[in-house]
Design a protein around this ligand. Structure first.
Ligand code: FAD
Length: 609
């Protein structure tokens, strides 16, 4: 590859790394993606599924910004299901089981389409700086790769240690080595590191399990895709064959095995001290925390159409192999199951994200960006979303263009970036719809309307992509107007508000009939939730006022009279860009905020025009 400018270097080929590389390439940057094992690019290290509540929202936003995840998940999906379907549109979460081999193959193909991303096998062990700006990375093989900016996306690999019972070995995930030297390089770049942990369940040999003994959970018919390109189709037909998943249950005998082996669990013997994701607890945790429950639900999920393994969702454990054998065989229907790979826990280094600007650039070094699990998150979708944001800003930085920060009131991406960089994390962060103040306005079906314009402005999607979105919303608006026309039983809008079945009402309106099924659902929701949406719009306008009071980058918080030492420290660490952001920092009280507001006012008055 011949280049004029040094490339954007992305370290790591996981979910964050590929979105970062792809986004930077779409903006016109040359990219070198260095990863330990290119053959394990974008591996689904844990569950073979994309999306879910909150997470599916992120995938739609990634897609609206031209990212890879939604398209790849549609192409490799083998079981589509919208979670929370019976609830309101804000909390419905599209999800799809993935074919373990096809998903990375599709991502690899999409990543190659620009001819701008060079994939290199190697371990980055060092970072070089020119003053306070990153200038190159060094690999274990002694290669020095010049870089205009660098995105670090090392997932669970930094200082990674794998645990199973009394066994403990260095590793980034099963069968792969950890990355050790890079932790030191990040410390030398001025970053503090902490430790988190996560875990994964055993995998079963599919041929050893008689699935007919379990309750079947079929996928949705018709399936609902992630990508807006597929949502626009009259009917989305997944290219992969579709298969069901199955439900299993634990029982008191299983729980007794767990209790009897707790003294061999690294989580309970204190060998793992790091915090894990509370919302994705290990099975040991579930048994201990809910002693009155005599059963827990498990999902038996295929890892692919041809893949020989089944993933046991809900049984994450780091108990020793003998205990895992006992547990699995005590589950009704799994008496003869063969474990293909035992569950394990992984402990790894992460960088507390308040050390990052909302562009995901390190505050200590220009041009050094962090994304994915290294920022204290958990999950593929969170990683991919952060990767996209970091990749965009790494390319913008390389090109000398203004940075981009997703808006908290316009996207879950904005909520996540703001939560991480303003509030920090006490445990691995995963996305929930409850994290967003404006969740009705952020429903997944509206991600294109919210984000395509900025994506086109940045150069992430084409003019034609934006026009498709505009046409979609014009058609929805036209149908919306048609719903107000009076009929013998009142207008269609009135009938929807009265709770009449949307499909029946909309089938009587010509403009609504012409819309694809997904858009009819959007249309119906826009009528039913009109009042709430209006209230949210007013609330956003109010909140934006506090955001519009900007705090200069060089603001000296130590000089504000009356602020406690603790509040001063928190403000100096986060360095909020606005009064609104300052209000979201834990520990910044309303009284402190009033002092800050007064100080900003004074400074404004004192500053020359
Ligand atoms: P990863 O997908 O981990 O990718 C990291 C990449 O960096 C890899 O390609 C690696 O080769 C590369 N790399 C690392 N160091 C270097 C280096 N020095 N030089 C070059 N390349 C390097 N998610 C959930 O949502 N729920 C769960 O319960 C859950 N449990 C998990 C359990 C386990 C055991 C593991 C391993 C993961 C689990 N996940 C879980 C997490 C999910 O896999 C991650 O959130 C997601 O993969 C993070 O994406 P990432 O891109 O940040 O990192």
């Amino acid at each position: 590859m011949t280049r004029n400018l040094p490339p954007v270097v992305v370290i790591g080929g996981g979910h964050a790394g590929v979105e970062a590389a792809d986004a930077a390439a779409r903006l016109g940057a040359d990219v070198v993606l260095v990863t330990l094992r290119p053959e394990a690019l974008v591996r689904l290290s844990c569950n073979p599924a994309i999306g879910g509540i909150g997470k599916g929202h992120l995938v739609r936003e990634i897609d609206a910004l031209g990212g890879l995840m939604g398209r790849a998940a549609d192409a490799a999906g083998i079981h589509f299901r919208v979670l929370n379907r019976s609830r309101g549109p804000a909390v419905r979460g599209p999800r799809a089981q993935q074919d373990f081999e096809t998903y990375p193959a599709v991502v690899r193909r999409l990543l190659g389409r620009h001819g701008r991303v060079e994939l290199l096998a190697g371990e980055v062990v060092g970072l070089r700086f020119d003053g306070d700006r990153v200038s190159a990375v060094e690999t274990a093989a002694g290669e020095v790769i010049e870089a205009a900016s660098v995105v670090v996306t090392t997932g669970t690999f930094l200082g990674g240690k794998l645990f199973r019972g009394e066994e403990e070995e260095p590793g980034g995930r099963a069968g792969e080595p950890p990355s050790v030297a890079l932790s030191e390089a990040l410390r030398m770049a001025g970053l503090r590191l902490g430790r988190f942990k996560t875990g994964t369940p055993p995998r079963l040999l599919a041929r050893s399990v008689d699935l007919q003994r379990f309750e079947v959970q079929p996928g949705d018919e018709p399936p609902e895709p992630f990508s807006f390109a597929n949502l626009a189709l009259p009917r989305f037909r997944p290219p992969m064959p579709q298969v069901p998943t199955h439900l299993a249950q634990t029982n008191p005998r299983v729980h007794a095995v767990v209790r009897a082996n707790l003294d061999r669990s690294p989580l309970y013997t204190g060998r793992i001290r790091a915090k894990g994701p509370r919302y994705c607890p290990s099975f040991e945790d579930k048994v201990v925390r809910f002693p009155d429950r005599d059963r827990h639900l498990l999902h038996l999920e295929p890892m692919g159409i041809e893949h020989p393994w089944i993933y046991v969702n809900g049984l994450s454990t780091s108990l020793p192999p003998e205990a895992q054998e006992e547990i699995v065989h005590a589950i009704e229907g799994l008496e003869d199951a063969v474990i293909a790979r035992y569950g394990y826990a992984v402990e790894y280094d992460y960088a507390p994200p308040t050390q990052l600007h909302p562009t995901l650039e390190a505050k200590t070094r220009r041009g050094l960006f962090l994304a994915g699990q290294i920022c204290g998150t958990t999950g593929y979708e969170e990683a991919a979303g952060l990767g996209l944001v970091a990749g965009v800003n790494a390319a913008l930085r390389a090109m000398g263009r203004d940075p981009w920060v997703p808006d908290r009131f316009d996207s879950y991406l904005g909520v996540m970036v703001d939560d991480l960089t303003t509030r920090g994390v006490l445990e691995p962060y995963r996305m929930f719809t409850s994290r967003a103040e404006m969740r009705l306005s952020l429903s997944p079906d509206t991600a294109d309307r919210r984000l395509r314009p900025v994506a086109e402005h940045l150069g992430l999607v084409s003019r034609a992509d934006l026009e498709r979105t505009e046409r979609r919303w014009e058609a929805i608006q036209a149908a919306r107007a048609a719903l107000e026309r009076r009929g013998p039983r009142g207008s269609a809008a009135q009938r929807l508000r009265r709770g009449e079945p949307p499909e029946e009402v909309l089938s009587e309106v010509e403009a609504a009939r012409r819309l694809p099924p997904a858009d009819r659902a959007t249309l119906a929701a826009s009528v039913r939730y009109e009042g709430y949406l209006e209230r949210e719009r007013k609330e956003v306008a109010r909140l934006r006022q506090a955001e519009s009071i900007r705090l200069p980058r060089d603001f000296d918080f130590s000089r504000i009279p009356g602020l406690s030492h603790e509040v001063r420290e928190r403000l100096a660490e986060v360095r909020p860009a606005s009064l609104g952001q300052a209000a979201r920092i834990p520990g910044v009280t309303p009284a402190a905020l009033a002092l800050l507001a007064a100080a900003v006012g004074t400074r404004r008055h004192a500053a020359p025009a």
